[in-house]
Ligand binder design. Sequence first.
Ligand code: UDP
Ligand code: MG
Length: 309
Amino acid sequence: MFLSIVIPCFNEEGVLDELYGVLRKEINKNEKISSYELIFVDDGSKDKTLEDIKRLKKSDDLIRYISFSRNFGKEAAIYAGLKASKGDLVVLMDADLQHPPELIHEMIDKIVNHGYDSVGTIRKNRVGESKLRAFLSTTFYKFINLLSDTEIKQNATDYRMMTRQFVNSVLDLSEYNRFTKGIFSWVGYNNIDIEYENIDRTTGTSKWNFMNLFKYSIEGIVAFSTMPLFVSSILGIVSFIISSVLLLIFFFKAIIFGEVVKGFPTVICSIFFLGGIQLLTIGILGQYLSKTYLEVKSRPIYISKEKSE
Ligand code: UDP
Ligand code: MG
C-alpha cells in the first residue's frame, strides 16, 4: 500500500528531524507499506521550519512540501495536505510527536484487515493541560453535541488514518470555514476510534491560546448546527407571549379597577431584558451571516507560495 503522511507545521523548527526519524523507523517496520510520501504543509511559519523541511527533503526524495504565503490556520493546512496526497491510505498527524507514530500499525490493521474506512484517535487523558482548559473543552463538546446532529467525540484528535475514498469525500466539502473534526464525522463511512495516552509536547510550544480556542469553538458550532438560530426564534416567541399577557393584565387592571399602573422598576427591567435578548439574537444571527459572507466570497482556503514539485 502507498501511504501518505500529512503533517501541518507552524513554527516547528527543531521538531521535524526527530519526527522524521521516528516515522521512518515505524514505516520500515510495516511490510504492508510498499511506498510512502511525507507531505509537510508549512503554514506560513516565521522560523526555520521550511529550511528544516528542505534539508530533510535533500536526504529523502519521498518528502514533499507545500509552503503557504502566510499563516492560514491548521484547518487550511490539513485541507492542502489532503489535497496533495496521492496515497491509498492517508494519515494526518501533528508535527510535535504528540500523536504517537507507532499507532499507524494498528490503524493500517483496522483498515486493511477489518474493513474500516477511517481510524480516528481519542486521547485518554489530558496530561500537561490546565484544569480550566480541560473543563472548558469538556463543556464545549457537551454543548456542541447537544446542538448539532453531527457527533463530535470528546477528546477526539485530528490524528487519523483514512482510505482514499474517505479523503476524497472530505475534499468534496470545500467550504471556507473548515471545522475538520466535524467534517470527518459528517462524511459518514465506517469509522473506529482507538485510544492513546496523552503525551506532553517535548519541543516547541502549543499554538493555541484561550481566544483561539474560543473562536474555534464558535466556528465548530456555527459550522455544524443551526440550533442557535432556532433558539433565538424561540426566545423571541416566548418574550412576545409574556409581554402580551402582561399587557392584557395591566389593561384590565386599569379599565376594571381603575388602578394607575405604577412600576418604574418593572419598565427598566423589561427594557433591559428585551434589549438583552435582542442583542443576543442579533449577535447569533451575525455569526451565521459573517460565516455566510466569507463563504459567498469564495476565497481560496490557502495560498501556496512554494511547492516541492
Ligand atoms: N498548526 C498549524 N497551523 C496553525 C497552528 C498549528 O499548522 O496555525 C499545526 C502545528 O504545527 C502542529 C499541529 O497543528 O503540527 C497542532 O498544533 P499544536 O501542537 O500547537 O496544538 P495542540 O497539540 O496544543 O492542540
Ligand atoms: Mg501539539
